[in-house]
Design a protein around this ligand. Structure first.
Ligand code: RP5
Length: 179
């Protein structure tokens, strides 16, 4: 699956299973909003280790600069990728299963010293993509500027909500009853 077919891909999103797509597609949407060409594929650290190996071996040569890996359960995908590349790897622990994503969080975040994975929150596909944009933005002032524009919009949304609450009953905290 290559949502930005035809343009050189800069971010590779890898998910462990098609069941991860509903959460991880949000990363693609964010990258598309920033105009960052990306691709999304499935490769499992446990079920298809050779495919992970092949994908990572070719990624840098194809122009990919950041890798995002989303997996659930005993999630070793991000770590397995990080072990094989010099590119920055962002790990997204995914929810689901008996432990609600805590298993994936610990598997992704607790990397041994020497092999970093920048781990975001459980289900944090959006932040993974934003972090990828920030990383790419280090060497690209125009992209960094777009990121600043995004931050400005975030702040404006809070202002708007604060103004709305100030002019509604929700903003009126009733005095505490006399005891
Ligand atoms: C992980 O196991 C995948 O990343 C997924 O989150 C989880 C369950 O996979 P499926 O059984 O739904 O394919 O490897």
């Amino acid at each position: 699956m290559t949502p930005t077919a035809g343009t050189p891909v800069r971010v590779g999103i890898v998910v462990g299973s098609d069941s991860d797509l509903p959460v991880m597609q949000e990363a693609g949407r964010v990258l598309a909003d920033f105009g960052v060409p990306y691709e999304l594929t499935i490769a499992s650290a446990h079920r298809s280790p050779d495919r992970v190996e092949r994908y990572v071996a070719e990624a840098e040569g194809r122009g990919i600069q950041v890798l995002i890996a989303g997996a659930g359960a005993a999630a070793h995908l991000a770590g397995a990728i990080a072990a094989r590349t010099a590119l920055p790897v962002i790990g997204v622990p995914l929810p689901g299963g008996a432990l609600g994503g805590l298993d994936a969080l610990l598997s992704t975040v607790q990397m041994p010293a020497g092999v970093p994975v920048a781990t975001v929150a459980i289900g944090g596909a959006r932040n993974a993509a934003l972090l990828a944009v920030q990383i790419l933005g280090v060497a690209e002032p125009a992209l960094r500027e777009r990121y600043r524009g995004y931050q400005t919009k975030l702040a404006a949304q809070v202002e708007e909500k604060a103004a709305r609450i100030a002019s509604s009953e929700a903003g009126m905290v009733p005095p505490r009853e006399a005891r």
